[in-house]
Design a protein around this ligand. Sequence first.
Ligand code: ACO
Length: 327
Amino acid sequence: MNIRITGTGSALPDKILTNAELEQLVDTSDEWITLRTGIKERRIASEGEYTSTFAAQAARSAMAMAGIQPEELDLIIVGTVTPDFPFPSTACIVQDILGATNATAFDLSAACSGFIFGLSIAEKYIRSGAARKILVIGAEVLSRIVDWRDRNTCVLFGDGSGAAILEASESEDHALLSTHTFSNGSFWKLLYQSGSGSRNPASESRTIDERLLYVNMEGNEVFKHAVRAMEEAAVKALDANGLTSSDIALLIPHQANRRIIDATAKRLGIEGDRLFTNLHRYGNTSSASIPIALDEANRQRLLAPDSKLLLVAFGGGFAYGSALIHW
Ligand code: ACO
């Protein structure tokens, strides 16, 4: 039994926040942001737009490409660190918006690796026969957990969603060949958001220290781990499939920082037009970054039939992983 990616979709807020506009908010410059991160602008959700808003839009687009109806879905997985609510899951809200009445729906928490972890779960559901048609989404509204007074973090993140439909199939086109997932919880303190969970509940004093609600990050340390871990995850995927990096037609790494992407690509020897980036337009959209990039590459027809595509992600946890696809 093969697992085919039959549709991809993405959705982004209309509102664009440029580096020049950020210069008005914090002590930063277009030059610094461009040089240190590669980001030029990012999309920001407006009032009345939530994680589920973009997740459902991306899902509809992926379903339209796959040619399937919402009732056909067996499972909906949403990877996110910015769910609409702590509960119910954003996946259940998306199920309701779509009218996917026959699906089981749940969220998963793997930070920027949420989409890869979602693919991995979907792969196992299909291989075991537990499901045939699965919607995997990465969706974030990070702008609502960013401290807009902190130049160290607020320049990095953006909002949006990407989605893919996976189906059980006999065909080898667009087949998901493998997924690999890894976690290293000993580094959780390098990248986290500490408020509103059971350690710092608002329920005790009925208020919460506002600073606990924001992304907390040791950027330099995260940077070093990200490069090493993405290389490790990519090599695992290549080895498992008996491939080398020269077999890869396109590498789509998590879009966190241009320097992380370039360092990873260099270590793997996959550079130039075999490396996909859209970070300059969207910033780091966490779990949404890989599926947005996958959808853009797909719609721009950058993925030739019969080629090999490598996805690799790294994020808070640490949680990291890879997926290899025969397109
Ligand atoms: N504008 C101007 N100056 C800035 C800004 C800014 N926006 N941000 C930081 N600086 C200053 C710092 O204050 C520091 O000044 P100092 O030397 O006077 O103290 C100087 O720039 C250098 O700061 P560094 O943190 O050393 O800069 P670095 O080159 O490491 O870049 C960055 C910082 C962009 C955060 C980088 O470390 C990075 O990208 N790390 C990885 C982050 C990441 O990918 N996080 C997400 C992971 S995915 C997930 O799970 C959410």
